[in-house]
Design a binder for this molecule. Sequence first.
Ligand code: GAR
Length: 200
Amino acid sequence: MRVVVLVSGTGSNLQALLDAAASPDYGVEIVAVGSDRPGVLGLERAETAGIPTFVVGLKEFESREEWDAALTAAVAEYEPELVVLAGFMKLVGERFLSAYGGRTVNTHPALSPSFPGAHGAADALAYGVKITGATLFVVDAGVDTGVIISQVAVPVQDDDDVESLHERIKVVERQMLVDSVGRIAREGLVVSGRRAAFGR
Ligand code: GAR
């Protein structure tokens, strides 16, 4: 399955996918990595792995719609069957969703529908929940509201700060992402209303 991965930062989730995709049995070919920010470690990781990269920065465009159209066109050049948002910190727009809706997934560091947005780990810690985690979902027009594909739970420890909690979430998040993207490639994904299951 041809996959484009979009990142905005460190790219540790991307790295986990790159490592898994090195094995042909995994069933995924990462055909390109894109970012909204130049110079991020995620892009460097892709270059090290010999994967083509592209950057579509929001500031280069007069409107969000133009940016969204350019992002859609950049992704389309690589003809992906699935787009994975792995720490991509921008909301995709209407044009992107009309091209890739239903075949774009995103990973979020909280148990949806709790704590959507850019600060999932911090918001869970501030609220005082005892269990949080990570969620993989099919991207829709909302903020982290799409149909849930997989979730993993992570207990909050009394001495956690945002960094320690997010790092522990990311360990299980990477595994969940690798497992789920591989299963989508090999088995397919069926969505019925709000429910998703692997299979055809
Ligand atoms: C991940 O924890 C991902 O869930 C989060 O950013 C981190 C990226 O880490 N994304 C969001 O918060 C999106 N709402 P990485 O760059 O090391 O893969």
